[in-house]
Design a protein around this ligand. Structure first.
Ligand SMILES: [Zn+2]
Ligand SMILES: [Zn+2]
Length: 188
């Protein structure tokens, strides 16, 4: 499985949204939209009000909830709550040279474009490839979510950074077991 078969990579936007850092307060939403402007129709105003930022956060929480669900009834309930926020009005376009679908109407405000694209992108992947493709990072101290696009569904980490950090940590733990003198801080 790779992204080419999705016909859409909108699920990446959903994952990025779920993992977005919201500590900055309501401004996080505007910053997120500006960093992901390629997903919006050119000319869309990216300034969100505090209320809109709150609604974007609720969408982010629902994406995370779908990724964390461990049983299908849970997935359905959460995915449908997310889809209820969407206002899909799809159209086909080849603005980047390849024919693909956009899910939100062109003139929709930024929040509507975001919510609709995220909900439809996530729902499409879950329906086509299964909700088991969504997961949460196994690295210690990281709870970012991911979509597993590997052929054998073997992904466990949100990023290469977390994967190599965990590999190093496991290696060190193994060395400590084999040779306690190699433990950090142990007097040599
Ligand atoms: Zn496009
Ligand atoms: Zn991670």
């Amino acid at each position: 499985m790779d992204y080419d078969t999705y016909g859409s990579t909108a699920v990446e936007l959903a994952i990025d949204l779920a993992n977005a850092d919201r500590e900055a307060g309501p401004e996080w939403a505007t910053a997120f939209l500006r960093a992901h402007a390629e997903w919006l129709e050119p000319g869309t105003a990216t300034e969100l009000s505090a209320d809109e930022a709150w609604r974007a956060a609720a969408t982010a929480d629902l994406v995370r909830a779908v990724a964390l669900a461990t049983a299908q009834p849970e997935v359905l309930e959460r995915l449908n709550a997310l889809l209820a926020l969407a206002h899909p009005q799809p159209y086909a376009t080849d603005h980047d040279g390849e024919l693909h679908l956009h899910y939100a109407r062109r003139e929709a405000p930024a929040l509507e474009q975001l919510t609709t694209t995220v909900a439809m992108g996530l729902a499409q992947v879950v329906a086509q490839h299964g909700w088991q493709r969504l997961g949460v990072c196994s690295a210690e101290g990281c709870d970012d979510v991911y979509v597993d696009t590997s052929r054998n569904a073997s992904r466990r980490y949100c990023s290469n950074t977390c994967a190599s950090r965990s590999t190093v940590a496991a290696y060190r733990a193994r060395r400590r077991e084999e040779d306690p003198a190699a433990a950090p801080g142990h007097p040599r």
